[in-house]
Write a new protein. Structure first.
Length: 527
């Protein structure tokens, strides 16, 4: 296959949802259809085994959440799907945001009884910022659900998004029979007896096909015809361009638990989800089909292998083709490395990456060399943009229980900051470190990791701080004046960039009012 063909067959996506909507179940079923796992239930079982292995992950085990995200690659028909998992708990949304910078589209899973929930809304907003195409999967149709028309209306109203049903449900709850495929005019019936069945659906010549009555009671046939007529009158026909631009979402109804609707979702993703496109770098647009490789680090994960204290840099390939052993330039440091040990992530295993193309994710074992946002190329000096760091909303002081270990703590914090696990600030005055997070659960995870991975017992203590802002100025003289006048409120982050630590809202506003020529940034682009 040519590079171009291979890239066109890639679908790199993430699932966004509110906890409990069915993301894990759907993931499992997608892998099952892709032949990547044999039995439903394995994703969770594997997750639990892995979690049980490592000490700090006890935090997530105890709270029943998943902190770590990973990549799952599988094939279906002629397409290769890279599904990037996102942590579900809202305290880890920062990690989720970064994962969303590495995908081309998203699947939004809703619980049919609940519609749009808080976390769905938040994550959708991130997709919207990037005009990302979103396919909707309304799950749990085998339970009592909201009316299908009301669900469509809710998506349209709350997300300001056009909707086009791709399938239409026949009944709900115990009475859920299946769906009518509005795009291909097929009847797809659910067989609840076998949860792992991969039903093909029944091809029909439209809704007037007399055979419809062979499969459904007459009153069902009548109401289906009526509803489909209504829905075709109310909703715009599917417009792929509007979907690709992020203005319209095609909606599938199903029941992941019963493997129902999963096949239709997959063929929808294959037929209309985007293949890897162009990505903006500071210097220029990079097209996925350019022959030379480029990519960026969007995630760093520690403890992939509990036997070694390893870190893995997850690299989204933006263009070209990766081959094992090729020389790649790490643009930030200017160093060139031969990459022999990159990994690919399958459903259950990792394997040595022999080859990969734009859209794929490779993992490079990393002993501290890479940071989130780093660009890799075959030599060109480009830097990809758009991976955000967020101003923390909670800040605590961290101290080693044994003061002699302060230096070690500094190194551990720097490493954790590079991984994106927290923001770390060193105030210009005083000896303490300040750690900032977006959600409070991150403090627990950090304390546990610093203790188990770096062997430094630490104490977190509350601070009077309200938030942090990265400070930038076009005129270095103004920046210097500001810094001289505000030393007590200043720190630097792990990259050495100055940060203003505000005690309260008023203090933040005053800083901004007094220094109109400075920028106080809530997010920092890692370049
Ligand atoms: P996540 O938190 O979004 O990953 O949700 P899970 O996949 O863990 O599902 C949450 C709960 O909903 C579990 O008990 C699932 O068995 C259940 N569930 C998932 N999909 C369905 C479905 O289609 N029908 C029904 N009845 N239950 C489902």
């Amino acid at each position: 296959m040519t590079l171009e063909e291979e890239i066109s067959n890639r679908r790199t996506f993430a699932i966004i949802s509110h906890p409990d909507a069915g993301k894990t179940t759907l993931t499992e079923k997608l892998l099952l259809f892709g032949g990547a796992i044999q039995l439903a239930g394995e994703v969770k079982a594997r997750g639990e085994r892995r979690r049980a292995r490592s000490d700090w992950m006890k935090v997530e085990q105890e709270r029943g959440i998943s902190v770590a995200s990973s990549v799952m690659t599988y094939s279906w028909q002629d397409s290769t799907f890279n599904l990037l998992d996102t942590p579900g708990h809202e305290d880890f949304s920062e990690d989720t945001y970064r994962v969303l910078t590495a995908v081309d589209s998203a699947v939004m899973v809703l619980d049919a009884a609940k519609g749009i929930e808080a976390q769905t809304y938040k994550l959708f907003e991130v997709c919207r910022l990037r005009d990302m195409p979103v396919v909707t999967f309304i799950n749990k149709m085998d339970r009592e659900a909201l009316d299908a028309f009301d669900l469509l209306d809710e998506i349209e109203q709350k997300l300001a998004l056009d909707v086009t049903p791709a399938t239409w449900p026949i009944g709900m709850g115990r009475d859920f029979k299946g769906c009518y495929d509005l795009i291909n005019d097929r009847l797809i019936l659910m067989q609840a007896a076998d949860k792992n069945i991969r039903s093909e659906g029944i091809a029909l010549e439209g809704l007037d096909d007399p055979r419809l009555s062979e499969y459904l009671p007459q009153d069902r046939v009548d109401s289906l015809r009526e509803q489909v007529e209504m829905v075709r009158g109310l909703c715009k026909p599917f417009d792929r361009q509007a979907y690709l631009e992020g203005h319209l979402t095609p909606v599938f109804f199903g029941s992941a638990f019963n493997s129902f609707g999963v096949r239709d979702l997959l063929s929808g993703l294959r037929d209309f989800a985007p293949s890897p496109g162009a990505q903006a770098a500071v210097e220029r647009q990079v097209d996925s089909k350019e022959p030379k490789l480029s990519g960026f680090v969007f995630k760093i994960q520690a403890n992939m292998d509990p036997k070694h204290r390893d870190r893995m840099a997850f690299v989204r390939l933006v263009s070209g083709r990766f081959k094992r052993g090729m020389k790649l330039k790490h643009v930030r440091t200017g160093k060139t490395l031969s990459v022999h040990n990159a990994q690919l992530f399958l459903a259950q295993d990792r394997e040595l990456a022999e080859a990969a193309v734009a859209g794929d994710i490779i993992g490079i074992p990393n002993h501290g060399g890479y940071k989130i946002g780093d660009t890799l190329t075959e030599g060109e000096e480009i830097r990809f943009t758009g991976i955000p760091s967020f101003a923390p909303e909670l800040m605590q002081r961290v101290r080693p229980v044994d003061p002699m270990r302060a230096k070690h703590l500094a190194r551990a914090l720097e490493q954790l900051a590079e991984e994106g696990a927290a923001s770390v600030f060193k105030p210009y005055l005083g000896a303490d470190w300040i750690v900032g997070v977006v959600g409070s659960l991150q403090f627990d995870v950090l304390a546990d990791r610093i203790r188990t991975e770096f062997n430094i017992p630490v104490r977190f203590e509350p601070t009077e701080l309200y938030t942090a802002r990265w400070v930038e100025a076009s005129d270095p003289k103004v920046l210097k004046q500001f810094m001289d006048a505000n030393r007590t409120a200043l720190a630097e982050d792990h990259t050495g960039q100055p940060v203003y630590l505000a005690r309260n809202h008023w203090h933040l506003n005053k800083g901004q009012d007094d220094w109109p020529d400075l920028k106080f940034l809530k997010t920092k682009q890692e370049v």
